[in-house]
Design a protein around this ligand. Structure first.
Ligand code: PEP
Length: 228
């Protein structure tokens, strides 16, 4: 099982260090735990991944960080294609694939996010699969260090998670395309994580707002530890 926390633009460096200290007081057993803090809170720790990075070692890319900056903290995990970057920051599939390929070449563990907006979900599973397939353009689904995060746009930060049936059918379809673990994200909370982890082909969760409280996140990991 994989349990990952996406802090988005929350927490300072000081708060992140305190959070990690608290978090590491527990035994994760077989659960792979990852924390994605903002750039300013990147620290050298095997749990830490970056929410974004530019596909270059360094260069004239104002406002970005690249491989050189990640290497300083020995960061080897990266989130790519989050819906907030696709829809708010306007990242294209072509650019996302460029990032993927650059960081793949550098051996990163890549958490690659896909997910459909509400108007697509309303059309049914075939439309959802077509949409997600476009988000896989230029992405090597056989990459051995890949984790897919299925995150329906309409479920992120809304408090409305996808239903078990929707998660099940979508993960089943993605599983036909890749052997990579598939985690679910979108309003995962303490009161629904157990049910979500029980769904077939769900290999973990990516948690946004509920992960900000370290006690809640620890309890989520405890629940994941009961799963194989
Ligand atoms: C996310 O941003 O990846 C996410 C799943 O957010 P939330 O849990 O807040 O819906």
């Amino acid at each position: 099982m994989i349990v990952a926390a996406n802090f988005k633009m929350h927490k300072t460096r000081k708060e992140t260090i305190k959070y990690l200290k608290e978090l590491k007081r527990m035994d994760f057993k077989d659960v792979e735990v990852r924390v994605f803090p903002p750039f300013s809170a990147l620290i050298e720790d095997e749990l830490i991944g970056a929410q974004n990075a530019y596909p270059a070692i360094n260069g004239a890319y104002t406002g970005e960080i690249g491989l050189e900056q990640l290497n300083e903290f020995n960061i080897k995990t990266l989130l790519i294609g989050h819906s907030e970057r696709r829809h708010i920051l306007g990242e294209t599939q072509e650019f996302i694939a460029e990032k993927f390929n650059f960081y793949k070449q550098n051996g990163f563990r890549i958490f690659y996010c896909v997910g459909e907006p509400l108007e697509v979900r309303k059309k049914g599973i075939e439309a959802v699969v077509d949409y997600i397939k476009k988000q896989f353009e230029g992405i090597d689904l056989n990459y051995e260090n890949l984790v897919i995060a299925y995150e329906p746009v309409w479920a992120i930060g809304t408090g409305v998670s996808a239903s078990s049936e929707e998660i099940k059918e979508t993960h089943r379809e993605i599983k036909k395309l890749t052997k990579a673990p598939i985690i679910y994200g979108g309003s995962v909370k303490l009161n629904n994580i157990k049910e979500i982890l029980e769904i077939e082909n769900v290999d973990g969760v990516l948690v946004g707002s509920a992960s900000l409280d370290v006690d809640v996140f620890r309890q989520m990991i405890e629940i994941a530890k009961e799963k194989k």
